[in-house]
Design a protein around this ligand. Structure first.
Ligand code: HEM
Length: 202
């Protein structure tokens, strides 16, 4: 009964948690059922990277969806989706550093800085780490106005992650589609466009 009334009130939050946790459950399930036989490290890196990107784009979409549709409740899931994106980035990095390079720091440095496609991903990961740490309320108060400025870097993280993806694959169709979505979301955040959209909606 309590669960049903919570679901009625907070269905969007429940959906956001499901979106964040199901890919991890699926990954663990596949691992336990021997789905990753040929190249498990590559498979896990690919899955965690893709999931991180999807969750990042979903969290970027929350504010524009609020502007377009006036749905206030989406703003409440924005932070959670961003933190889930960071969780998958952390798993992605740990797979790369731990499973692929066995945490051998002398090899990891060149692997990150000499392979051009890794560098933008690493930069995006560092930005998301800072944003995850400062997403707590205490940091919001401490940073005041600068908090919003800092958290706009999430768009830069999105762009860097797409460059990382674009650099990796032969078929650029998919990363370019993500790029188009992020570009559209950025346009919708331009104050004039945002105002015009809000006026039309009203
Ligand atoms: C934190 C530092 C990062 C490192 C060291 C890293 C490393 C890698 C590596 C080595 C691959 C290639 C896997 C392979 O095909 O063998 C990869 C793929 C990928 N990464 Fe990252 N990455 C990082 C950050 C990120 C971030 C922040 C995102 C997205 C938010 C991301 C998204 C992806 C995607 C989408 C792929 C391609 C998956 C595919 O081939 O379909 N990565 N990454």
């Amino acid at each position: 009964m309590v669960l049903i009334s919570w679901l009625k009130r907070s269905w969007l939050q429940a959906l956001a948690h499901a979106t964040g946790l199901l890919p991890l459950a699926w990954l663990i399930w596949d691992h336990l059922h021997g789905a990753f036989i040929v190249d498990p490290v590559r498979e896990i890196t690919t899955r965690t990277g893709r999931t991180a990107l999807v969750l990042l784009v979903l969290s970027l979409a929350c504010t524009p969806i609020h502007t377009l549709l006036g749905l206030k409740s989406v703003l409440r899931v924005r932070r959670g989706l961003g933190l889930y994106a960071f969780l998958y980035v952390a798993l992605h990095f740990l797979t790369f550093a731990g499973l692929d390079y066995r945490f051998q720091w002398d090899l990891l440095g060149p692997a990150i800085f000499d392979q051009l496609y890794v560098l933008p991903g690493f930069a995006a990961g560092l930005i998301l780490l800072v944003l995850a740490i400062t997403s707590a309320r205490g940091w919001q108060k401490r940073l005041g106005r600068n908090w919003k400025r800092l958290h706009r870097l999430v768009y830069l993280a999105g762009i860097l992650a797409i460059v990382h993806f674009l650099w990796l694959v032969k078929d650029t169709g998919e990363p370019l589609r993500y790029g188009a979505i992020v570009a559209l979301l950025l346009i919708l955040r331009v104050p004039r466009v945002r105002e015009a959209v809000s006026n039309v909606r009203r």
